[in-house]
Design a protein around this ligand. Structure first.
Ligand code: FAD
Length: 289
């Protein structure tokens, strides 16, 4: 299944992101529990992260994408970072993906890790995209985008110009970083249109489950917390159930607004918690078509 083609109908698509479970949390076996729950929300596809959170060079990403496709019959996108991979490493990974019938890749630079010096073959995600497309044209490439700008970019305009390079190199679909103020996304969408970026852009939505974890996350990815969400986090920081309830409603509110503003798609960061995705999709189910 060519992921980019899913968007040709013009209807909004709803997709999910998961990550490979850590070994101390039960390892890959626990992914079945996660996917058993997530399949009920009928996602257009599920993507699986690669090497994020210090979990470098994790071959379980490919295994999990294969499970998503073979056992659950749901299209999968395999994330792939290049900062710690040489061309030879990428060649091996592409062969592994092909062997498993996985042809959708979210091509990323990744973040350099202090304990592992970056390899030199790829400076940016656009280099990885060009390399994959020249080597194996049958791969369908997605790329990341940043409604509030990438934290290391000089300014928001050069970030969009760099995003256009990824599209020019062969990215056919974009998934956004999480954001909490839809106006940031709409402004970004306008900048993309002005820059001539005409591929589908999915909006990344993360339901918050704890103040501590979201503050850690935004300190890394540079997303801002609007006053309305900050009030929720402060009001309920010592009541996890109330906080989760309020933040599910917040995420649903964002999604309804995005749908009514003709978003191409919504990519839900599930954090491997199917009950969150189920609760959200139970509310917006009728708005899918
Ligand atoms: P790039 O597109 O290469 O951009 C990185 C920076 O370089 C930006 O500031 C950009 O403006 C600048 N830049 C790009 N091209 C040029 C150029 N030609 N000249 C000058 N500057 C340039 N990380 C993981 O480790 N694993 C994952 O699975 C993962 N999944 C993600 C999924 C999504 C949807 C998103 C939004 C992020 C994900 N990340 C993941 C995080 C990502 O790896 C980091 O944000 C990383 O810092 C940038 O990756 P990128 O592919 O966007 O980089």
């Amino acid at each position: 299944m060519d992921i980019a083609k899913l968007f040709e109908t013009g209807k909004p698509r709803f997709s999910l992101e998961i990550f490979p479970p850590k070994t101390h949390q039960g390892g890959i076996e626990t992914i079945y529990e996660t996917l058993d729950g997530l399949k009920d929300v009928r996602p257009a596809f599920i993507s699986c992260t690669y090497g994020a959170g210090g979990n470098r060079a994790d071959s379980s990403t490919i295994e999990i994408c294969s499970i998503i496709q073979e056992r659950y019959n749901i299209p999968a996108i395999s994330h792939l970072t290049c900062v710690n991979n040489s061309k030879e490493d990428i060649d091996i990974i592409l062969e592994q993906l092909k062997a498993k019938g996985i042809y959708n890749i979210l091509a990323l630079r990744g973040d350099p890790k202090p304990d592992a010096p970056a390899k030199e073959d790829f400076a940016y995600a656009s280099d990885l995209i060009s390399y994959i497309k020249q080597r194996e044209s049958e791969f369908v490439i997605s790329a990341a985008c940043y409604p509030e700008g990438h934290p290391s970019s000089d300014d928001i305009v050069s970030d969009v110009i760099n995003l256009k390079k990824k599209v020019d190199c062969g990215a056919e679909h974009l998934i956004s970083q999480l954001f909490f103020d839809n106006e940031d996304f709409y402004r970004f969408r306008e900048r993309c249109a002005i820059a001539g970026i005409d591929v589908p852009i999915e909006a990344g939505i993360m339901p918050v489950t704890s103040k501590q974890s979201i503050m850690r996350m935004v300190s890394m990815c540079g997303a801002s917390i609007p006053a309305k969400l900050a009030k929720i986090l402060n009001r309920f920081e010592n009541d996890p159930t109330a906080l989760e309830e309020a933040c599910i409603v917040y995420a649903i509110d964002q999604m309804v607004d995005l749908i009514t503003n003709d978003v191409d798609g919504i990519h839900l960061y599930t954090m491997n918690k199917p009950y969150l995705a189920k609760r959200i999709f139970a509310v917006i189910d009728k708005m899918r078509s």
